[in-house]
Write a protein that binds this ligand. Structure first.
Ligand SMILES: [Zn+2]
Length: 238
């Protein structure tokens, strides 16, 4: 699909964006698969900054690692990932700004989790900031014909990366508004501080891992997750 606007022409997936700072991309991206509605999206994202024996380990140190993560989470198609990478590789300042926006969201999620655990409230300032991010989540559903039926796809309006960020914020928003906020936990192991949702019947879990939350268990879990991510089906249309 191509969109033509006034004299300043932007076409979908054509990246002649040298004059743009990142916001002015009035494109519509079709054929994205329906993203996962699981709570785990914001939890997984919050845990891209993890502690290993108390030392922070940054899983998203640069724009490429961020794009890979978004691709793995189903928030970017392969084609969109390549297009964004090409754009950001040409502009280091823009790449850094985009990365910082995602790091900021992660800060919001982690500090919100801390405040929920300690005070039972996320605070109005944080809600305001989340709402600002959520404003970029403009999308509509479309049906795609398949033999014998149809499947849902999401068409996004606007900037791909801000859309992806809004999707992560949206997963937290659903969780928060859905009444599960008192089940959000930060691992009591000070050397871990892993975010998790306590789904135990009693709701008294304190550790991200029911065993000792030792480093071995953590490494094993991360490896298992990495394997699961690598084996997950690729979004269609990518
Ligand atoms: Zn832990």
């Amino acid at each position: 699909m191509f969109i033509r606007l006034q004299g300043n022409t932007t076409e979908m997936d054509v990246t002649c964006q040298a004059l743009y700072t990142g916001y002015a991309m009035p494109t519509t991206h079709l054929n994205q698969p329906e993203p996962s509605q699981q709570d785990d999206l914001f939890v997984d994202f919050a845990n891209t900054l993890e502690l290993s024996r108390g030392e922070p380990v940054e899983q998203l140190p640069d724009a490429d690692s961020l794009l890979d993560w978004l691709r793995g989470a189903g928030l970017l198609s392969s084609r969109a990932r390549a297009s964004e990478a090409s754009r950001l590789h040409r502009d280091a300042g823009e790449a850094n700004r985009r990365l910082q926006r995602f790091h900021r969201l992660r800060d919001i999620l982690r500090s919100a989790a801390t405040d929920l655990a300690e005070r039972g409230d996320v605070g109005t300032a944080r809600i305001r900031e989340l709402n600002h991010i959520l404003r970029h989540g403009l999308h509509y559903h479309q049906l795609h014909h398949e033999p014998g039926g149809a499947r849902f796809a999401v068409s996004q309006v606007g900037d791909r990366l801000d859309q992806a960020r809004a999707a992560i914020a949206g997963s937290f928003a659903h969780f928060l508004a859905g009444g599960g906020a008192d089940r959000l936990r930060i691992c009591a192991n000070q050397g871990c501080r892993y975010l998790f949702i306590d789904r135990s019947p009693a709701g008294r879990r304190r550790w991200c891992d029911m065993r000792t939350c030792g480093n071995q268990a953590k490494v094993a879990r991360h490896r298992a997750r990495a394997r699961g991510l690598a084996g997950s089906p690729a979004p269609a249309g990518g």
